[in-house]
Unconditional design. Structure first.
Length: 308
């Protein structure tokens, strides 16, 4: 529906002003903080996307996804029997079989997500992108994080962008598709809004801020614009599309702020793994450290918490 796209205008000063206000929000304390942090854990896509990934470090990541917080800490909070796990394990396509086999052996139903479609640059032919998606699904990935061709946005080829994402959606089959917009490379907040709308129109289950490889990743202005697009799309169609900020989210405080922003912009119903994810590799370590402090009154030594 190109009519939606042609009328888009973003009030950048207002967005920037709201983003500055978000940074000043007071965080929750005590048991409330612990509860919000455990909620954040259940929304994390625990990720490793390094050139030196091996079966062993993917296996370690999978076990950390199943046991994200030390058992004795969960018992102290009376949350040991509530099924606290990460939302998904995210890896490159070549490492999907390692993750699938490890989680299966552990008797765990955590889904494996795989980046595909020319991640992170998107600068590969469409045929190659579609083949990579199909391979990842064939290997057992239940979620696919695709990345768009930024050039289609920067040159205003909205129908071309729609068609690319639509074909990727078809290649995913029954797997959920998260569309990475790489917002730091789209040039303007108006382009971010337009790309968000196109991605949702083409069938994306989630829209995601970044690959984590750009110079600028998940920021509050971008998050506000993407969530307003999700809300407008829901009002028009009745379909709920998920939101995933990714890249540069490293502290427990940042995670809580993102959760609070989603609650403010989209409502409590979006605060579930089905509609909200945090893309992170090092965030879980800080969350576990904060929960350790909440339970014991002191910070953990390096050897006291398992590696994420």
């Amino acid at each position: 529906e190109l009519g939606w796209i042609s009328k888009v205008h973003v009030n950048r000063p207002a967005v920037a002003r709201h983003a500055e206000e978000i940074k000043k929000w007071r965080t929750v304390k005590g048991n409330w903080q612990a509860a919000w942090l455990l909620k954040a854990v259940t929304c994390i896509d625990l990720t490793t996307l390094s050139g030196d990934d091996t079966p062993s470090n993917v296996q370690r990541l999978c076990f950390k996804a199943k046991h994200p917080i030390r058992e004795d800490l969960l018992k102290a909070l009376d949350m040991h029997d509530k099924g606290i796990t990460a939302a998904a394990v995210c890896v490159y396509p070549a490492r999907v079989p390692d993750a699938v086999n490890t989680l299966k052996a552990a008797g765990c139903n955590i889904p494996v997500a795989s980046v595909a479609a020319g991640f992170p640059s998107g600068q590969t032919p469409l045929e190659t992108k579609l083949a990579e998606i199909r391979l990842a699904v064939e290997y057992g990935a239940r979620e696919i994080d695709i990345v768009i061709s930024r050039s289609l946005v920067l040159t205003g080829q909205w129908e071309g962008l729609y068609e690319e994402i639509r074909l990727c959606r078809a290649a995913c089959g029954e797997a959920h598709m998260k569309t990475i917009l790489a917002t730091g490379e789209l040039g303007s907040l108006a382009n971010v809004y337009k790309a968000s709308m196109i991605a949702m129109m083409a069938g994306s289950d989630f829209i995601k801020t970044s690959t984590g490889k750009e110079v600028e990743n998940a920021t509050f202005p971008v998050g506000i614009v993407m969530m307003r697009a999700i809300k407008a799309y829901y009002w028009q169609t009745g379909y709920k599309v998920g939101f995933k900020p990714a890249g540069g989210i490293r502290t427990a405080k940042e995670a809580i702020t993102w959760l609070m922003l989603v609650k403010e912009e989209l409502g409590v119903e979006w605060l579930t793994p089905e509609l909200f994810r945090l893309g992170a590799s090092s965030l879980l370590g800080d969350i576990e450290q904060q929960i350790f402090y909440h339970v014991t009154g002191s910070y953990a030594l390096q050897h006291e918490l398992a590696m994420a």
